[in-house]
Design a protein around this ligand. Sequence first.
Ligand code: 5GP
Ligand code: ZN
Length: 114
Amino acid sequence: MKDCLFCKIANKEIESDIVFESDKVMVFKDVSPVAPVHLLVIPKKHISSIMEIDKMDGPEIEGMMKTIVSMASDLGLEKDGFRIVTNIGDNGGQSVGHLHFHILGKRKFVWPPG
Ligand code: 5GP
Ligand code: ZN
């Protein structure tokens, strides 16, 4: 989508530190990490948040979720635990209107979140 930051990252119009890429999914490092591991997992196709998940088909959803799991697994996050976050809208703290999952790890996180 025009003027969408993460579409531009997916299309490589804007540079990012890419960790993994398939035809449908991209994983890159957050530019302002809040944990020693802070990755963003996005569908390359524009979807504004998880509330538009109906725009993805079953295999696309499966591929995205399995990418999150394999990233976390490859990074060895499971043993100590980690967090997967997707923010929605203003109250959720979403600042980029393109579906993304934060993978946060290698430190302790508090609950409830701020
Ligand atoms: P949100 O606040 O929408 O849940 O998460 C958006 C995330 O995107 C933030 O953690 C922010 O640091 C990250 N971000 C914003 N702009 C860029 C960028 O240009 N490149 C990268 N790699 N991350 C970005
Ligand atoms: Zn987009």
